[in-house]
Ligand binder design. Structure first.
Ligand code: NAI
Ligand code: MG
Length: 491
């Protein structure tokens, strides 16, 4: 059990000895305490990362050598797969099979970026110039010290999405997990320690957003900020970054639409709709939380959807058969119940769920919830809830569906279902979002770019895009003619 800060390759308590309680959301009880980093601790962690970058070997190691560490970390996670999955369930609440899937994806992420690290071209890429007296090479160099602030919905996986590409690029970093789910990130630090990652390359600091997170984001020793979480916090981080013109990438919220045309297979539609909103209790930035159903299919689809929604088994994520666990925290539980209550007041029609389940007296559980006839101007339709709450509306034609889907401040993901693939392609192109799923919702691959339009963020994670997030681009231009330049000194 890890409960200290991991700074410069060693474990230490918070300087002020403060701690944070860590809760199991299915029992509402405190399962352990972790250190609450003070501003001085954050400063120490940034200094360690700074020294490891400015004076250490890490940024100039070959891509192949760095890949060796990434593969060793992947192996370390694999060896503890089951323990990590159980720990994730205890800390976050999600059903065990989902946690196992997350851990496997985290392993895949480290392995994938090991592959990309091996392919980094240390010699640089030649640029063709129109003047053969010059030769130009472009190097992709690590951006420096990264401050990485992550949320609680996929604790270890979000750490992997940040740490793996940064390590591959040659950055050093300070990772701050969410105060709600810090446990698996500390295990990741332990694994990095075991594989003898050089001290200071990865520092993991637990603490509150408003002190540890805010101190990290304004620290002048940080070159790059990478954040996943809410829009208000993303805004604060972007403002902090403006001070020193830090490089910043943001993965923020969403209110993603799922469009179902009336030629869709109804069973497939129900399956993907459920997966799109109830997976991880709906605490997913890309959750397809707005459902648009074409008129002719609407009533039949809603009926099947409600029938299946009522069968979803709620419970402790460690019990087999559980499909929906508790929400991550009391705060999130209250926020979701308030959003449901407000949806009812705003005139949407509640057709399933909407309450705490009667048979679960402890734990932050909320029934899977479906609203229909959701008013366009309601908070239920416009604002991210981040819980198991689906808002449904009908539409009549393709143009209306696209217009309604695009009428949002967010633009992370969207889905479209139809038997007509030409129509799916037209709609995919018309949607203003970074991710479009055709005849499915939520599948996520480390090879493909991840990120949003509009207020859903800036930049892309995963794939080669995720690596460039942590790279600077340098040109080296060389004069290679044996003739003098001859501007001031005339030959
Ligand atoms: P949050 O965005 O405040 O927290 C995410 C991370 O940011 C945590 O590590 C937190 O400690 C840190 N943080 C908080 N305030 C900070 C600050 N001033 N400076 C630097 N770091 C700071 O999200 P929170 O409070 O956990 O959840 C609130 C809502 O945010 C949710 O209900 C949901 O709507 C949304 N959210 C969206 C996520 C996404 O993946 N898009 C993930 C988590 C939450
Ligand atoms: Mg917890």
């Amino acid at each position: 059990m890890r409960d200290q800060l991991y700074i410069n390759g060693s474990w230490q308590p918070a300087g002020n000895s403060r701690t944070l309680d860590v809760y199991d959301p299915s029992s509402e009880s405190v399962i352990q305490q972790v250190a609450a980093a003070s501003p001085e601790d954050i400063d120490e962690a940034v200094q360690a990362a700074r020294v490891a970058f400015d004076e250490g070997v890490w940024p100039t190691l070959s891509g192949e050598s760095r890949a060796g560490y990434l593969r060793a970390i992947a192996e370390g996670i694999r060896e503890r797969r089951d323990d990590l999955a159980r720990l994730e369930v205890q800390d976050n609440g999600k059903p065990l099979p989902e946690a196992q899937w997350d851990i496997d994806d985290a392993i895949g992420c480290f392995e994938y970026y090991a592959g990309l690290a091996e392919q980094i071209n240390d010699a640089g890429e030649l640029v063709t110039l129109p003047d053969d007296r010059f030769r130009c090479r472009v190097l992709r160099e690590p951006v420096g010290v990264a401050g990485q602030i992550i949320p609680w919905n996929y604790p270890l996986l979000m750490a992997a999405w940040k740490v793996a590409p940064a390590l591959a690029a040659g950055c050093t970093m300070v990772l701050k997990p969410s105060e709600l789910t810090p446990l698996t990130a500390l295990e990741l630090a332990a694994i990095a320690d075991e594989v003898e990652l050089p001290p200071g390359v990865l520092n993991v600091v637990t603490g509150l957003g408003r002190d540890a997170g805010a101190t990290l984001s304004i620290h002048p020793g940080v070159d790059k900020l990478a954040f996943t979480g809410s829009v208000p916090t993303g805004r604060a981080i972007m403002q902090a970054a403006a001070q020193d013109i830090k490089n910043v990438s943001l993965e923020l919220g969403g209110k993603s639409a799922f469009i179902v045309f009336d030629d869709s297979d109804i069973e497939a539609a129900v399956e993907w709709i459920l997966f799109g909103i109830f997976w991880n209790q709906g605490q997913v930035c890309s959750a397809t939380s707005r459902l648009l159903v074409q008129d002719r299919l609407h009533d039949r689809l809603v009926e099947r959807l409600v029938e299946e929604t009522r069968k979803i088994r709620l419970g402790n994520g460690l019990e087999s058969g559980t499909l929906l666990g508790p929400l991550v925290s009391q705060g999130q539980y209250e926020k979701v119940l308030q959003a449901i209550e407000r949806g009812c007041r705003e005139g949407a029609r509640l057709v399933s769920g909407g309450r705490r389940p009667a048979h679960l007296q402890r734990g932050w559980f909320v029934e899977p919830t479906v609203f229909i006839d959701t008013p366009l101007d309601s908070a239920l339709w416009c604002e991210e809830i981040f819980g198991p709450v689906l808002a449904v509306r009908r539409f009549s034609d393709e143009a209306e569906a696209v217009r309604l889907a695009n009428a949002s401040n967010f633009g992370l993901a969207t889905g479209v279902m139809s038997a007509d693939l030409k129509r799916c392609d037209r709609v995919s192109r018309a949607l203003r979002a970074g991710i479009v799923w055709v005849n499915c919702s939520q599948p996520t691959f480390v090879q493909a770019p991840w990120g949003g339009y509009k207020q859903s963020g800036i930049g892309r994670e995963l794939g080669a895009w995720g690596l460039s997030n942590y790279q600077e681009t340098k040109q080296i231009t060389e004069y290679c003619s044996d003739q003098p330049w001859g501007w001031y000194l005339k030959p």
